[in-house]
Design a protein around this ligand. Structure first.
Ligand code: COA
Length: 201
């Protein structure tokens, strides 16, 4: 009989698996030592942040998907920025600046655009399923669990999706996210009220 995934909050001992899932989806130039340190730093600060949540899908004991987000983007982004500033600078100087500087510029422009949204809002930061487990509903399950944890009535739930995340675009739209703005090479999407993810079972 096929096993059923369990969706639960990530623990500090899950960090290696969560970081590993994330790195599989980074362009090879950013999957460098500095990139790895930066990704680990992001999850360390999320696990320590009361506004943030990291959810994993466990199948037969192995982590096959993860999703992370925050119920309050401005608070979490400030903390994450403070913690990762030094790592980010190290990343620029140890990876090719021809790759990292344009990416950082795009990220900065996207951030500025997102910050124009009025009032507090929830934000999805990462969402990954192991390539061997895709297309079986695990991504939907892990995202639905996260959305329940970080959403609040009347508070928009936003995500920025790079044009290169082709599967991510299709999956977000299938799950009821709609485009609200366009940044460089990036769509800014918001969860629609009619999304199947907000249905309570
Ligand atoms: C996006 C991702 C997390 C989806 O994970 P998954 O476990 O395959 O997702 P599911 O099987 O639960 O599918 C969720 C929904 O998205 C749809 N979907 C998923 N991948 C799709 C694709 N490539 N094209 C069209 N629809 C897709 C599914 O049909 C499903 O909709 P439904 O529930 O209405 O049937 C996974 O493809 C992934 O890790 N991609 C690389 C990283 C990425 O792009 N992350 C998101 C941006 S950061």
């Amino acid at each position: 009989m096929p096993s059923t995934p369990r969706y639960e909050q990530a623990r500090p001992e899950d960090l290696d698996a969560v970081v590993g899932l994330h790195l599989c989806n980074l362009p090879w130039t950013l999957n460098s030592r500095a990139g790895r340190t930066q990704v680990r730093g992001l999850y360390e600060s999320l696990l320590a942040d009361p506004a943030a949540s990291v959810v994993v899908a466990r199948l037969d004991g192995a982590i096959v998907a993860s999703a992370a987000g925050t119920s309050d983007y401005s608070r979490t982004s400030q903390r994450a920025a403070q913690r990762s500033r030094a790592r980010l600078l190290r990343g620029v100087f140890t990876t090719s600046p021809f790759v990292t500087v344009p990416l950082m510029y795009d990220a900065w422009r996207t951030h500025r655009l997102i910050e124009r949204i009025d009032g507090p809002y929830a934000f999805l930061l990462t969402w990954f399923t192991d390539s061997a487990a895709r297309g079986q509903g695990v991504g939907r399950g892990v995202l639905a669990t996260l959305v329940r944890q970080i959403s609040a009535p009347g508070r928009p739930l936003v995500v920025d999706v790079s044009d290169s995340a082709v599967d991510g675009h299709a999956a977000y739209r299938a799950l009821g996210f709609v485009q609200v703005a366009r940044a460089p090479r990036t769509d800014i999407l918001q969860l629609d009220d009619t999304s199947p993810l907000t249905e309570r079972t």
